[in-house]
Design a binder for this molecule. Structure first.
Ligand code: ADP
Length: 633
């Protein structure tokens, strides 16, 4: 920051903000109209915030009445001014919010701009770089603001050239006025866009994007006398209180865009009215694609809470469960007290009731979506399935309903539901077999599935981290989930081994081969330390070796994850299973007994192969490959 002439301080924009500004100024946008939507939405938020502060601060409550937004055009000066009587900003807020804070959205916006084929205009709202969109149409932007309760006015000014100034100013009320000086047209006929100085054009944009804003938006021409019977441009009707038949799909989509900043239309909407002792309206949406912050704890989760049409809070996490955090929308309660706090909401009985009925409602609509629009449902599942599955852990009461909504990758290829899985079980099969790991694709080739495949028994390939948390205790109807990686999991049907192969196995066992391997491993480091037993296997067909575990297996990914979080894990106990019919095993079994060193090398290679086949890293790749190379020579 440097001092300039007079009282103005000059500041540098923070570097990401600078990049966003560059993009605004130099790129061509498919839809520059959105600058007005962004400014009106900020104005409306500022009035919401003042009303909220007014609830707890008597000094402000008087100011919080009669929120309104005025858009003024001045053709001669080529300016548009958007002014509100909301909360306003202090000097420090002004400096940090409009220029120097590295906002999380900004970085991601820049990245997405570079990565995506979507045009900048479409991406803007999504990342909360709303205010900067003024520079799409303006050569200079001036913000005059006074925070409610303060008597200081501040003026922010920038030509979008990398710096902005802040100096004291003069305004007779709280709120913010943002004046855009529109860029001169180049005169090139290709550059003929909309005339943003036309009242008629502006009226159209406001109607289209901001009709549901709950404060009146007036549109005036500078210089013309204010009329007594001035009508707001917007209808202000709370969309969620209107019967669904009265609202068009476009209106719903526009509202969705307003609350989510997502440019794509939602996949599904849920209009619901809670009646009886606990009255509320809910308008919820299932987005068509996941937001950037779906897995951030600090991300925007949950829906907006209104009480009797008054906005109370964003991201209210008590109205829908965490595992439905992809649901966006509005809940408007008739009965909650206006001064409700986040803490109170958490313990409130009515809130809990709203949450229960909305949870059921969302599950019902998902069920319907799955039945009626299976292709859309697949998209939904790809985007949000891993989140919904968290409900299998956190909401056992709805466990069965959630299970029915799950689409799992199948060892037979494609996706399957549990109902389909159970419907096509092998004769005598009781259990639902599954395998967990880092991705369905890597699991598909696991040696543990070989005998299951050979016998035509299907297994679910569970590749999401959350699967580790519920699958071991999973149950669907009478069918228990059983991991294919468990030592006791034996698929139903004909054993894959022939009489001759069994004879081979017996022969190998008689030579004391298994005890030799076990002994060799006991002198080694790394994974060998966790080998509790070595057995001949009936689960392998094409691979020489695999690891299984006793009881409920914990995958190596899960162990690594827990360890990284500083969690203690029970000591790992593995069983190394060997395929007696495999030529490599036969070869090792016939190695002469007088070369224990070579035998030790083979045993090391076997454990390494078992790890690699399961997509697990070998701890000491260099030593493993050196040993293997040695044996190959
Ligand atoms: P977003 O609205 O997504 O947070 P913006 O860049 O549009 O991003 O605005 C940045 C911040 O500046 C807002 O979060 C708000 O705190 C403040 N702000 C913008 N416009 C106004 C306004 N009209 N009144 C008060 N504060 C505002």
């Amino acid at each position: 920051m440097t001092q300039t002439a007079g009282n103005a301080e000059r500041h540098e924009f923070q570097s990401e903000a600078k990049q966003v500004l560059e993009l605004m100024i130099h790129s061509v946008y498919s839809n520059p109209d959105i600058f007005l939507r962004e400014l009106i939405s900020n104005a409306s938020d500022a009035i919401d915030k003042l009303r909220l502060e007014g609830l707890s601060d008597e000094g402000l409550s008087g100011l919080a009445q009669d929120g309104r937004i005025i858009v003024t055009v001045n053709r001669g000066e080529r300016t548009i001014t958007v002014s509100d009587n909301g909360l306003g900003m202090s000097r420090d807020e002004l400096v940090s919010y409009l220029g120097t804070i590295a906002r999380s959205g900004t970085k991601e916006f820049i990245k997405a701009m570079h990565d995506s084929s979507a045009s900048g205009g479409d991406l803007i709202g999504q990342f909360g770089v709303g205010f900067y969109s003024s520079f799409i149409v303006s050569s200079r932007v001036t913000v005059t603001t006074r925070r409610a309760g303060s008597d200081e006015t501040w003026v922010w000014d920038s030509a979008g050239d990398g710096t902005f100034t802040v100096e004291p100013g003069d305004m007779d009320r709280n709120g913010t006025s943002i004046t855009l000086r529109l860029r001169e047209r180049s005169g090139d006929s290709d550059d003929e866009g909309k005339d943003y100085l036309s009242v008629w054009v502006l009226r159209g944009i406001i109607k289209l994007y901001s009709d549901f804003v709950s404060y009146p938006i007036y549109l005036r021409e500078d210089g013309s006398a204010a009329k007594d019977d001035e009508e707001p441009v917007n209808s202000m009707k709370a969309l969620w209180t209107r019967p669904e038949d009265d609202v068009t799909d476009e209106e719903y989509s526009e509202f969705y865009r307003h609350i989510t900043h997502d440019w794509e239309a939602p996949m599904e909407r849920i209009v619901y009215r809670g009646e009886g002792t606990n009255e509320f309206h809910a308008l919820l949406f299932l987005p068509a694609r996941p937001p950037m912050d779906l897995y951030y704890r600090e991300g925007r989760h949950g829906v907006q809470l209104y009480i009797r049409r008054v906005f109370i809070m964003n991201d209210c996490r008590d109205l829908v469960p965490e595992y439905m955090r992809f649901v966006k929308g509005v809940v408007d309660s008739e009965d909650l007290p206006l001064n409700v706090s986040r803490e109170l909401l958490q313990q409130d009985r009515q809130t809990a009731m709203i949450k229960r009925s909305l949870t059921r409602k969302v599950l019902d609509s998902l069920k319907k979506l799955k039945q009626d629009r299976p292709d859309d449902y697949k998209k939904f599942w790809t985007a949000f399935g891993p989140v919904l599955k968290e409900g299998l852990v956190s909401d056992p009461k709805n466990g069965e309903a959630i299970m029915k909504l799950c689409l799992f990758d199948s060892s037979k290829g494609g996706k399957t539901t549990l109902e389909e899985y159970v419907g096509s079980m092998a004769e005598g099969q009781k259990s639902i077999y599954y395998l967990t790991g880092s991705s369905a694709a890597s699991l598909a080739g696991s040696p543990k599935l070989e005998s299951f495949k050979k016998r035509g028994v299907e297994a679910l390939l569970l590749g999401d981290p959350v699967d580790e948390l519920w699958a071991a205790a999973g149950k669907f109807g009478d069918h228990q989930f059983v991991s294919v990686a468990s030592a006791d999991a034996v698929p139903e049907g004909e054993p894959p081994a022939s009489e001759e192969e069994l004879e081979q196995a017996r022969h190998i066992e008689e030579t004391g081969f298994l005890a030799r391997i076990k002994d060799a491993l006991s002198h080694q480091e790394g994974v060998a330390k966790s080998v509790e037993d070595v057995k001949l296997s009936t689960r392998l067909v094409d691979s020489p070796a695999t690891f299984v575990q006793k009881g409920d297996p914990i995958s190596s990914q899960m162990r690594t994850m827990f360890k990284a979080m500083g969690q203690e894990m029970p000591e790992e106990k593995r069983i190394l299973e060997l395929n007696p019919g495999h030529p490599l095993i036969k070869k090792i079994a016939s190695e002469p007994e007088d070369d224990p060193e070579r035998f030790a090398m083979w045993s090391k290679v076997l454990t390494g192969l078992a790890q690699v086949a399961d997509g697990e890293p070998v701890e000491d790749g260099r030593s493993f490959t050196a040993t293997l190379t040695n044996l190959l020579l």
